[in-house]
Each structure stands twice: as structure tokens, then as C-alpha cells.
Design a protein around this ligand. Structure first.
Ligand code: NBP
Length: 475
């Protein structure tokens, strides 16, 4: 293990618990000594004070896991290792690296006869210590050399480890990126439920806690609903709900943004994650929001009606939006697999996310089953299970979006998911007008409903623009 910050040390202790003797190194070598004298005291962990000494401690083929800060630190660490490695040695990057970096590094190391693995690890420090979700991809020939260790330290659900081979070069880190994007979406969906209950219905924290606890015993059963339940019940030192003392500006470290950038690159409508990222961005415009709050008048945020019905509809909105978000996430994975040549197994991916990671949930077990039954399913919305779940939730979902709009409470996740759903199920959308406008102002041409696809037409709309069409291409 190279890198003894929070993730590295907890993974080492986890491996030690599973009978693996681990050699450790950290750039600041004082951390090695401090670790050996502290948390690792009495374990079989071996420390080294130089890369050379560290490499000398390892059996061949050497299996080296990097848990250093993503970005330049990974390249710097690889560069410092290279002079001491031999063909067949394996370098595994367990940090949150950008998948394109992992594609580049895999090529670089494979060209030298080494193996490279870009490995997403989710679950934070608790997961690292007691069972994370682990998503390795890269040089497949390396997998048998660390499979047993990784599967033993990973979380497991129903005896199945939340760790399996994902695909070549950047596939593991791509999967971790999409996992994090989906995590942004799951969090936003719950934040909107809190806003509707608190602002719209004036509910207190004990009552909201009961609602989330109730949701956690049904189809929304998940780690994030569980911690939201606990957050609702947590008081500050003065006894008031701690949640209301927390500044409403959400931070982000970039994996949600990367997911959205990739969705744009691949032409996929990952709209719910995008809205979740933008919701964090808007939240961070604190000064602007505060000044606009005194100027831009909206409706009374109180939602009228039977609170029980409104909360029941809210559950429908949360569930349906979540289904759409996962549908979109797996559409993105499908497009990425085609673009980058990865053979992704969606049932296995859902199984890996069932435990150990932040989005773990009952839902993922159902997703695993749906893809196991039909590995070529084009979209989970078209499965019997999720299709009928959305059909059942649809009315409550629509009422929730309408109520929130009337009360002026933002629900970007629910409303964008609903717009996606209504677009996806429409055999005709309004893009004919977009094409007419494009052809009108830029002679960009259009296809006709009464002619074969691929035949392009231009109309001289004003009689003055001439008949020359622009070159037709899609980006
Ligand atoms: P950090 O992301 O805080 O990185 C600290 C480690 O990177 C230290 O070992 C540090 O060495 C090393 N490092 C740095 Br900074 N620059 C270096 C360089 N130029 N050369 C060599 N080493 C360098 O640690 P973390 O929070 O344990 O996370 C590790 C990875 O796991 C990251 O990619 C992170 O995104 C990912 N991850 C984190 C979590 C989490 O919950 N924290 C969860 C899942 C994944 P030093 O001691 O000498 O400064």
C-alpha cells in the first residue's frame, strides 16, 4: 500500500484482518512510523521508508495499491515506482481518478510489460475498514493475482462480494464516477423531499424523521434514507435540530460534474444527475440568493391539502425519480461501454453497489435481478418491475411536481425526471420545430416524416436565403 491517509490505512487494517501481510509506504515517512506505532501496532504490517525498500518487501508479481490523492500525485507515485518494477508487476490505483487518466496509464504501463488497474473504491473510511464496494478495471491479466484479497475485504450481500472485474482500462474508474453521479442524484431527491415537507407542509423534524424511517422499511430502503432519518433526529447543543443550523451551501469534489460532462460527450440524457450538480451550484451562490430573496417575490410556500396524501405522493415522486435516475445512469454506462469497448455486465454492477457503498439499497438488488433476467434490456423503464413501479407512482409524482411548482418550492430532480419520462415515452416530441428553426436561420436541413431517414431537405423559408444547404453533421 502506498498512501497512508484515511483510505489507505483503513484498507490495510481490513486486509490485515483477512490474513494478508501488507507492506506500507507513504511519501511523508513519519506517517509510516506513526501508523506502525499506532493503529497498526500488533499487526503483521511491514513499513518502508523509501520506495526502493518498499518494493523489495514485495513478492512477485508485485501487487501495489496506490491510495494517494487523485491527479498528479498518482503520476508522481507511478514515476517513482517504475525504476524498481519488473514485467508482470501490478499497479492498482484505488483513488478517485478520472477514467481518461486510467485509460492513459493503462496504455503507458502495459507498453512497459506491467499491469495497471484503475479501481474505484466506495464507502468512505468505514467502508475501507470493514467492507467497501470495489470496482476494478484495466489489465485483466492482473485480476487473478488480487481477486481473492479484494473480494475478501469487500462488503458482501447474500454471500456475494461487492467486488468484481468491471472491464478494460478506465472501466473501473468510469463506474465509480457514475456511482458518485447517481449518489448526487439520490441525495438531491431526498433533499427535495425534506424541502417539501419542511417548507411546504411546515413539518417538524420528529415528524420528518418518522416519514424517512417509514420509507426506509419499503422500496426506498437504503443507506442514504437511513442516515437522513438519523440526521432528522439529531439535535444541536441547545436541543434544536442541528440540520437547521447548517449553512445551505453544498460542496462538491467533481465526480458528479465529470459524470455530466461525460454524458454530454456521449450524447446521453443524464438529466437528474445534472440537476443535482446544478442544485449544488445554485446553493453555493449564497450572496446572490440572499439578495434575490428580498426582491424576487414568489407564492406562499405553504402546500394546502391533506398532509398524509401529500407525503404519500412525495414518496411516489422520490421513488419514480430514483428509477429514472438509475435508468439514465445505466443508459450512460451502456453508451460508455460502446464508446470505449467495455463489456459491462449490468447485473454484476448492480450487485457490486448493493453493499459497502453510499448508494447501497434494496433497489439495487431489484436492479440486479432485472438485469440478470434480461442482460440486453435496453432500459430499466421497459422492465416489468420498474415499468409498473413507475406506472403506479406516476399520479403522485405528477401531483408532487405540480404542488411544488404552485408553492414555489424547487424540485429540479423530480421535475426533470418527469420531463425525461414524458419525453422518453413520446413517439413525437417538438424537435420538428427545432429543425425547422435551424433550417430557417442556418440552412441546417431537416429530414421528413414521409421520406427515408438520411435524406435531407432544405426550404428557402423567406424566399431570399437561396437554396444552398449547410453541411449536415451531428456533434
Ligand atoms: P487524500 O486524497 O487526502 O490523499 C492523501 C495521500 O496522498 C497521502 O498519502 C499523501 O502523502 C499522498 N500524496 C499527495 Br496529497 N501528493 C502526493 C505526491 N505528489 N506523491 C505521493 N503521494 C502524495 O487521501 P484519502 O482521503 O485517503 O483518499 C485517497 C484516494 O481515495 C483519493 O483519490 C480519494 O479521492 C479516494 N477516496 C477517498 C474517500 C474518502 O472517503 N476519503 C472515499 C473513496 C475514495 P503525504 O502524507 O506525504 O501528504
Amino acid at each position: 500500500m502506498i498512501g497512508l491517509a484515511v483510505m489507505g490505512r483503513n484498507l490495510v487494517l481490513n486486509m490485515n484482518d483477512h490474513g494478508v501481510t501488507v507492506a506500507v509506504y507513504n511519501r511523508t515517512t513519519a506517517r509510516v512510523d506513526e501508523f506502525l506505532a499506532g493503529d497498526a501496532a500488533g499487526t503483521s504490517v511491514l513499513g518502508a521508508h523509501s520506495i526502493e525498500d518498499f518494493v523489495a518487501l514485495l513478492r512477485r508479481p508485485r501487487r501495489i495499491l496506490l491510495m494517494v490523492k487523485a491527479g498528479e500525485a498518482v503520476d508522481a507515485t507511478i514515476d517513482s515506482l517504475l525504476p524498481f518494477l519488473d514485467p508482470g508487476d501490478i499497479v492498482i490505483d484505488g483513488g478517485n481518478s478520472l477514467f481518461t487518466d486510467s485509460i492513459r496509464r493503462t496504455r503507458q504501463l502495459e507498453a512497459m510489460g506491467l499491469h495497471y488497474v484503475g479501481c474505484g473504491i466506495s464507502g468512505g473510511k468505514e467502508g475501507a475498514r470493514y467492507g467497501p464496494s470495489i470496482m476494478p478495471g484495466g489489465s485483466e491479466a492482473a485480476w487473478p493475482h488480487f481477486k481473492d484479497i479484494f473480494q475478501s475485504i469487500a462488503a458482501s450481500v447474500d454471500g456475494r462480494p461487492c467486488c468484481d472485474w468491471v472491464g478494460s482500462d478506465g472501466a473501473g474508474h468510469y463506474l465509480k464516477m457514475v456511482h458518485n453521479g447517481i449518489e448526487y442524484g439520490d441525495m438531491q431527491v431526498l433533499a427535495e423531499a425534506y424541502d417539501v415537507m419542511h417548507r411546504g407542509l411546515g413539518m417538524g423534524h420528529r415528524d420528518m424523521q418518522k416519514v424517512f424511517a417509514d420509507w426506509n422499511s419499503g422500496p426506498l430502503d437504503s443507506y442514504l434514507v437511513e442516515i437522513t432519518t438519523n440526521i432528522m433526529g439529531t439535535a444541536d447543543d441547545d436541543g434544536d435540530p442541528l440540520l437547521e443550523k447548517i449553512l445551505d451551501t453544498a460542496s462538491q469534489k467533481g465526480t458528479g460534474k465529470w459524470t455530466v460532462v461525460s454524458s454530454m460527450d456521449l450524447g446521453q440524457p443524464t438529466t437528474l444527475v445534472a440537476e443535482a450538480v446544478y442544485a449544488r451550484v445554485i446553493s453555493s451562490l449564497l450572496e446572490q440568493r440572499r439578495s434575490a430573496a428580498g426582491t424576487l417575490v414568489g407564492p406562499d410556500s405553504a402546500i394546502a391539502g391533506d398532509p398524509n396524501e401529500i407525503v404519500s405522493d412525495l414518496h411516489a415522486a422520490v421513488y419514480a425519480s430514483k428509477i429514472v435516475s438509475y435508468a439514465q445512469g445505466f443508459m450512460l454506462l451502456d453508451a460508455a461501454a460502446a464508446e470505449f469497448g467495455w463489456d459491462l455486465d449490468f447485473s454484476s454492477i448492480a450487485a457490486m453497489w448493493r453493499g459497502g457503498c453510499i448508494i447501497r439499497s434494496r433497489f439495487l438488488g431489484e436492479l440486479m435481478d432485472v438485469y440478470a433476467a434480461d442482460p440486453d434490456l435496453p432500459n430499466i423503464l421497459l422492465s416489468d418491475f420498474f415499468g409498473s413501479a413507475v406506472a403506479n407512482a406516476q399520479d403522485g409524482w405528477r401531483r408532487t411536481v405540480a404542488r411544488a411548482a404552485i408553492a414555489g418550492i424547487p424540485v429540479p430532480a423530480y421535475s426533470s425526471a418527469l420531463s425525461f419520462f414524458d419525453s422518453y415515452r413520446s413517439d413525437r416530441v417538438a424537435a420538428n420545430l427545432i429543425q425547422a428553426q435551424r433550417d430557417y436561420f442556418g440552412a441546417h436541413t431537416y429530414e421528413r416524416v414521409d421520406r427515408e431517414r438520411g435524406e435531407f431537405f432544405h426550404t428557402n423559408w423567406t424566399g431570399t436565403g437561396g437554396n444552398v444547404a449547410s453541411t449536415n453533421y451531428n456533434v
